[in-house]
Design a protein around this ligand. Structure first.
Ligand SMILES: [Zn+2]
Length: 68
C-alpha cells in the first residue's frame, strides 16, 4: 500500500505537462499554465500538440483560404 502511494506521487510529479486532447501526447505546456500563455490551445477543444494543431489548422485553412 505504502509503495503504491509513493508511486502515485512520483507519477504525478512527472506528469505535470498537459496532454494533447487529440493524440494524448504530452505537450510543452504545464497543466497550470494560463491558456492565454499557451500555444496551440484551442478554446472549446483544449490543448493540442504542435503536430495536431498544424494538421487541423492547415486542413481547415486549406478549404477556407481564397485561392492566391
Ligand atoms: Zn497531438
Amino acid at each position: 500500500m505504502e509503495k503504491n502511494k509513493k508511486w502515485e506521487k512520483l507519477k504525478w510529479g512527472r506528469n505535470k505537462k498537459d496532454v494533447c486532447v487529440s493524440c494524448g501526447e504530452a505537450t510543452q505546456h504545464n497543466k497550470l499554465d494560463h491558456i492565454d500563455m499557451r500555444k496551440y490551445y484551442v478554446e472549446g477543444a483544449g490543448q493540442l500538440c504542435y503536430d495536431c494543431y498544424m494538421r487541423i489548422y492547415f486542413r481547415d485553412s486549406e478549404s477556407t483560404l481564397p485561392p492566391a
